[in-house]
Design a binder for this molecule. Structure first.
Ligand code: NDP
Length: 383
C-alpha cells in the first residue's frame, strides 16, 4: 500500500482524487487538506478513515477541531506540517492558485512524489521547482489532462524523436464569438465540456488557462516554447498530440473525465481500472480543430509572451494578476473583457527579475497582486 495525501480535498480535483483512491487496492489516504470548508473535510475524513487533516483558515481549523475526534492542523504551517509528518509516498496537490506553491515546495523538499494538478506551482515556480524535484529525486506526475496525455505519449518514445507538442483547448463557452462585452459570470462559468472549479473555468473562458498549460508543458517536458502549439478542439476528446521525427503524429483520446488522468497520476507507472465508458468514435461523430482566436482572447498571447519572451518572474506576475482579476470579475467589480486588461497592465507595471530563491517569487506575487487590485479598481467596471 502507498500512503497518499490529498491537498485541496474539498475541490473538484480533490473530490475526484478521493473517489479514485477509495476504489484503489494500492492507496491508503493518510491526510486531507482544505482552505475553509471544514464541514466537508471532516465528513471526507470520517467516511474514508483518514486520521489527519489540515485547514489553511485558522477559524475553520478550530471549528473542525471542536467537531471531530481526529487530529486537525491549522494554517499554512499546518498544511506544511501535515505533508512533512504524514509519511506520505505520494502527494496530490489539488489546491487552486499560487497558494499551492508552498505545499509543492515542501513535498519536493521531503523527497515525496507529487501528482500535480496545481499548475500554478510550475507557472509561478518553473525552473526552481523542476530543479528542486531533480535535486531530491522526486517525480512530478501531471494531473492536468493534456499534460497527462503528453506524459503518456512522450514516455512511449525514444529520446530525440518527439519534435513538437500540441495542447488542445476546448475554446471555452465563448468560442466563435468576437464581442464579449457584458458577459456575466454565470455565462463564463458554463464550460461546454469539463466540470471544474470556478477559477479554472473562468481561465478556460479567457483562454489564459491554455497559456498556463503552455508554460506548464515547457517546464514538465523541457521543450522550448517554439515547439509547443495550441489548437482549439471543441469536443475535448483529443487531449494532446505529439509530432515525431519520422512524420508520424500520435494523439491521446478519451472522454473528458478527470478521474482518468487522476488515476494515471496516482498509480503511475501502473494503471488501474477506472469506470468510464469506452470511447465510441462513431457516436462522437466528428472531431474538429481550429486556430485559437488571439484577437478576441488576448490572454493566450499574454501568457505565451510572459513565458517565451519575458521569462523570469513574468509568469508569476501573470498568474497573480489573473487570480486577482478573476476574483474581481466573479465579485462583479470588473467586466469579463477587463480581465485581460488587468493582466496586461500588471505585466507592464511589474518589473521582471530573474528569481534565484522562492522568496523572489513570493515578492513578485505580492507586488503583482497589489498592482492588479489597484488596476481592478480603475479599469473596465462591470457592466
Ligand atoms: P477548486 O476551486 O474546486 O478547489 C480548490 C481546493 O483548494 C479546495 O479544496 C480549496 O479548499 C483549496 N484551497 C483554496 N485556497 C486554498 C488556500 N489558500 N490554501 C489551501 N487550500 C486552498 O479547484 P479545482 O479542483 O478546480 O482546481 C485545483 C487545481 O487543479 C487548480 O490549479 C486547477 O488549475 C487544476 N486543475 C483542475 C482541473 C479540474 O478539473 N478541476 C483540471 C486540471 C487542472 P476550500 O474548499 O476550503 O475552499
Amino acid at each position: 500500500m502507498r500512503k497518499l495525501v490529498i491537498l485541496g480535498a474539498t475541490g473538484s480535483v480533490g473530490e475526484q482524487a478521493l473517489e479514485v483512491a477509495a476504489g484503489s487496492d494500492e492507496l491508503v489516504v493518510a491526510g486531507l487538506t482544505a482552505d475553509r470548508n471544514w464541514e466537508r473535510l471532516v465528513e471526507q475524513a470520517g467516511d474514508h478513515g483518514v486520521p489527519l487533516v489540515a485547514l489553511a483558515d485558522a477559524e475553520a481549523a478550530s471549528a473542525a477541531a471542536g467537531a471531530w475526534n481526529g487530529r486537525v492542523l491549522s494554517g499554512e504551517a499546518g498544511i506544511r506540517e501535515l505533508i512533512a509528518r504524514s509519511g506520505a509516498d505520494l502527494i496530490l496537490n489539488g489546491i487552486v492558485g499560487s497558494a499551492g506553491l508552498g505545499p509543492t515546495i515542501v513535498a519536493l523538499t521531503e523527497g515525496i512524489d507529487l501528482a500535480l494538478a496545481n499548475k500554478e506551482s510550475l507557472v509561478v515556480g518553473g525552473e526552481l521547482i523542476t530543479a528542486l524535484a531533480e535535486a531530491t529525486d522526486s517525480r512530478i506526475i501531471p494531473v492536468d489532462s493534456e499534460h497527462s496525455a503528453l506524459h503518456q505519449l512522450i514516455r512511449a518514445e525514444s529520446p530525440g524523436t518527439v519534435e513538437r507538442l500540441v495542447l488542445t483547448a476546448s475554446g471555452g463557452p465563448f468560442r466563435g464569438r468576437t464581442d464579449l462585452d457584458g458577459v456575466s459570470p454565470d455565462e463564463a462559468l458554463a464550460h461546454p465540456t469539463w466540470d471544474m472549479g470556478g477559477r479554472i473555468t473562468i481561465d478556460c473562458a479567457t483562454l489564459i488557462n491554455k497559456g498556463f498549460e503552455l508554460i506548464e508543458a515547457h517546464h514538465l517536458f523541457g521543450f522550448p516554447y517554439e515547439r509547443i502549439d495550441v489548437v482549439v478542439h471543441p469536443q475535448s476528446i483529443v487531449h494532446a498530440l505529439v509530432h515525431l521525427n519520422d512524420g508520424a503524429t500520435l494523439a491521446h483520446l478519451g472522454h473528458p473525465d478527470m478521474r482518468v488522468p487522476i488515476s494515471y497520476a496516482l498509480h503511475f507507472p501502473e494503471r488501474a481500472d477506472v469506470k468510464v465508458p469506452t470511447l465510441d468514435l462513431a457516436s462522437v461523430g466528428e472531431l474538429t480543430f481550429e486556430e485559437p482566436d488571439m484577437e478576441t482572447f488576448p490572454c493566450l498571447r499574454l501568457a505565451r509572451g510572459a513565458g517565451e519572451e519575458a521569462g523570469g518572474t513574468a509568469p508569476c506576475v501573470l498568474n497573480a494578476a489573473d487570480e486577482v482579476a478573476v476574483g474581481a470579475f466573479l465579485g462583479g467589480r470588473i467586466a469579463f473583457t477587463a480581465i485581460a486588461e488587468v493582466v496586461e497592465r500588471t505585466l507592464d507595471a511589474v518589473p521582471v527579475t530573474r528569481p534565484s530563491h522562492f522568496e523572489d517569487l513570493y515578492a513578485a506575487d505580492a507586488e503583482a497582486r497589489e498592482r492588479a487590485d489597484d488596476l481592478a479598481n480603475t479599469v473596465g467596471a462591470a457592466r
